[in-house]
Design a protein around this ligand. Structure first.
Ligand code: GLN
Ligand code: ZN
Length: 758
């Protein structure tokens, strides 16, 4: 019999009850004991659901109070020195302190979990000697068994992945840290073995990245040590997100099972298993249902694949699994009542994926005829989406084919455009500007709600937005900024705003996924061909321009950011979707230009997020990402100034690509990278306009003039003053009005001082 399993289930709950409980606790509105009780209830519900659906091997310890990397660190007593911690089980306020910061100590860094939009807390290996403070996987196992009779599979972040994702130690200390951690893992696993645990899932997604020879040695050491010291335990060495590079090393490890991703690493893993075979003494965890995509699987297609696998691995040694934890998808499509039916029927969120897994396991064991009705349903649904009007916009497909075959270049190179733009705009040395949004006050959010509920007419709402624009145009003039913006008061979210106005997008009511901690996002779904309907930003921008003689910058979200922050159709390539987006946005750029807007910013904060895990795929991704940006912006006149903006992460290793985007001006976040960015953009290499963020907008603190002067001086050591702009790090929509005005005044002051100096 083939068995089914999942690698993890979403924590947030169908109504985001998890988030609500955490936030009540943080707001001091819930006692700690109630926090534990309520989270247990949520956790048990999730286990019960998997049990009722008929999943054979159910994960435990995949649940978290915040993040699984933080759980692993604190379980080993790994707490950064700056937190007061005296050993033993890490108290809840220390746990949340590391995650969110306290009055006295800054939070630990948070970063992207591989190539997903989930962010984990980076463990800092600099405090006291690690010890096993409590065996959380064991507690989770007992709980599932006692309360629900579930024989759970504890999930644990494996030692190599944990070590590689941690920081605070030097490369030369890696083995010393491994020697500290490994005995703790052994102790933990021994306790699980004595409890009678059957399967343990050791997550080693690091194996989907390129390993050094030393890391391969470490991998061997880890799993040989565990096999020698905990021989009775079945370890499922779990990889995901990509094919493994070191297949033959991995299958030689003394573990009972190996989990491979046959969705995101399909080609690589399948070739490896066909060429090198699969050891006869091991179980294969076949990740055939996409744990991070929202689309219903073709059950027939997956069964074909499973059939191929069964020729290599006998049925009793096959587990049908999700490709990764279901953490990355929303909980259930059940309550989506507003989606077009051809879309809804083609979606599978976590719960729907559970039933797909159960069906697949059943069909492999007993034949396809066992599930013939479900197979027919599935084919019908997939066919309906394929044939839908939304996916068959011949006009869009033809136009995109034409323009993506054309050269995507501005008429003149930057040097010439720069002259034309200077002539037209007569900007002073070090022009000042902002990134786009101004504070979204309670009033702004309330107005939007009234309008959305229909209590305000379109005209009423538009008048309100115009008032906000008036206020901020006056303020910007008074502060003395050179290039103004309208403030983005009409937008809740920079992707959603455009998605709602372009065709080919859908929005769920409840399709939330955890992004970090209690923060959830509800990505739009790009399900059809993307098409421009009518101008999206012209009205507000032109209105703002009519209120001032200074230039107002139009403000768009770029194609790659829209792509990377959405769930995307999979019947065509991401590259194709990017070009469709570019085509739609290009029409907006042209509409703005025609309406007299001569500076247009196309934000691309999320370019880096689409970077593939495999290094050898980077160049290709960056090439089409750059092309999509250029497609969006290349048709304007020389004197029209194209801006872009990037933030959130390190860009210094992709400066060639950023330069290739050929934006006349880039504004980029600097303060969180502590000036490292500046060196990447050295004078000799970066030849376009550049505005470095001179202050961090993530804090309400008003930076002093001198601080910004320091930033400016440091930047001008390496950058050409003639191309240098001055701006904050990012949009100001989360800030308050007073601090924003005060900070911008200081920024303008620092600029004046700089103009005198240079
Ligand atoms: N223009 C956007 C804003 O100012 C940019 C946001 C971002 O970079 N994330 O809000
Ligand atoms: Zn930004």
């Amino acid at each position: 019999m083939v068995r089914s399993s999942v690698l993890g289930y979403p924590r947030i709950g169908i109504n985001r009850e998890w988030k609500k409980v955490l936030e009540l606790f943080w707001a001091d509105k819930l006692e700690e004991t109630d926090l534990h009780i309520q989270l247990q209830e949520i956790r048990l519900n999730h286990l019960r659901k998997q049990q009722e659906m008929g999943i054979d091997i159910i994960p435990v310890n995949d649940f978290s109070y915040y993040d699984h990397m933080l759980d692993t660190a604190t379980m080993f007593g790994i707490v950064p020195k700056r937190f007061a911690y005296e050993g033993g089980a890490v108290p809840i306020h220390v746990y949340y302190g590391i995650a969110r910061g306290t009055k006295d100590a800054a939070a630990s860094e948070m970063t992207k979990w591989f190539n997903t939009n989930y962010h984990y807390i980076v463990p800092e290996l600099n405090g006291a000697e690690p010890v096993l403070t409590e065996n959380r996987p064991l507690l989770a196992y007992r709980e599932a068994k006692e309360k629900l009779g579930i024989e759970g599979k504890p999930v644990i972040v494996g030692p190599l992945t944990f070590l590689k994702l941690s920081k605070g130690y030097k490369a030369a200390e890696t083995d010393a840290w491994l020697d500290r951690l490994l005995p703790l893992y052994v102790q933990l696993l021994q306790e699980l073995a004595s409890e009678g645990v059957q399967w343990v899932q050791m997550d080693e997604p690091i194996l989907a990245t390129k390993l050094s020879a030393d890391d391969v040695l470490r991998l061997n050491k880890i799993y040989e040590t565990i096999a020698a010291q905990v021989p009775a335990l079945n370890i499922m060495l779990q990889t995901y997100f990509e094919a493994v590079d070191n297949y033959s090393d991995i299958i030689a490890l003394p573990v009972k099972g190996i989990g491979l991703d046959f969705v995101h690493g399909l080609t690589g893993n399948l070739v490896a298993i066909q060429v090198f075979g699969f050891p006869a003494d091991k179980v294969l965890g076949a990740g055939v249902i996409d744990g991070r995509g929202i689309w219903r699987a073709s059950l027939n297609g997956r069964l074909d694949l499973l059939q191929d696998l069964v020729e290599l691995v006998s049925e009793d040694r096959l587990i049908v699994q999700s490709s990764c934890s279901l953490l990355h998808v929303p909980v259930s499509t059940e309550r989506e009542t507003k989606l077009p039916s051809e879309l809804k029927d083609a979606l599978a969120f976590a719960d729907e994926k559970l039933s797909e897994l159960v069906l697949l396991a059943r069909a492999v064991s007993s034949g396809r005829s066992e599930i013939s009705r479900e197979l027919a349903d599935c084919e019908r649904a997939l066919q309906a989406l394929k044939l839908s009007k939304a996916r068959n916009r011949q006009d869009v497909q033809d136009a995109v084919a034409v323009i993506s075959a054309q050269q995507v270049e501005r008429q003149q190179p930057f040097a010439k455009r720069h002259i034309a733009q200077q002539e037209k705009w007569q900007l002073p040395l070090f022009p000042t500007t902002t990134i786009g949004s101004f504070p979204q006050s309670v009033e702004v959010r309330k107005a939007r709600q009234l309008w959305r509920k229909g209590e305000w007419s379109q005209e009423q709402y538009a008048a309100f937005i115009r008032e906000q624009i008036d206020i901020w145009i006056k303020l910007q003039e008074e502060i003395g900024l050179d290039v103004l913006v309208h403030g983005e008061f009409e937008r809740t979210d920079m992707v959603e705003f455009f998605g709602e106005k372009l065709e080919g997008f859908a929005f769920t009511q409840n399709g939330w996924v955890q992004s970090y901690g209690s923060r959830c996002v509800k990505p739009p779904i790009i399900f059809g061909d993307v098409a421009f309907k009518e101008p999206m930003t012209v009205e507000e921008t032109v209105y703002a321009q009519s209120q001032t003689s200074r230039p107002v910058k139009g403000m768009l979200t770029g194609p790659i950011t829209i792509l990377n922050w959405s769930f995307v159709r999979e019947d065509i390539t991401r590259e194709q979707v990017a070009y469709q987006l570019a085509y739609g946005l290009r029409q907006e750029v042209e509409a703005l230009e025609q309406a007299g807007i001569g500076m247009i910013q196309v934000d691309e904060p999320a370019v880096r997020e689409g970077l593939p895990l495999k290094e050898n795929e980077h160049a290709n991704y960056l090439a089409w990402a750059v092309k999509a940006f250029r497609m969006t912006t290349c048709t304007v006149q020389d004197s029209t100034q194209i801006h872009t903006h990037m933030c959130y992460c390190e860009f210094h290793d992709m400066i060639d690509s950023i330069e290739a985007m050929d934006a006349d001006v880039i504004s980029i976040e600097t303060s969180r990278s502590h000036g490292e960015m500046i060196h990447g953009f050295e004078l000799n290499t970066y030849k376009l306009g550049i505005g470095l963020g001179v202050y961090d907008i993530h804090s309400p603190r008003v930076p002093a003039v001198e601080e910004m002067t320091d930033m400016i001086d440091r930047a001008l050591k390496v950058l050409d003053p003639k191309l240098f702009w001055i701006n904050p790090d990012c949009g100001l929509k989360t800030r308050g009005m007073d601090e924003t005005v005060a900070s911008l005044r200081n920024m303008v002051e620092a600029t004046k001082l700089a103009r005198e100096k240079y």
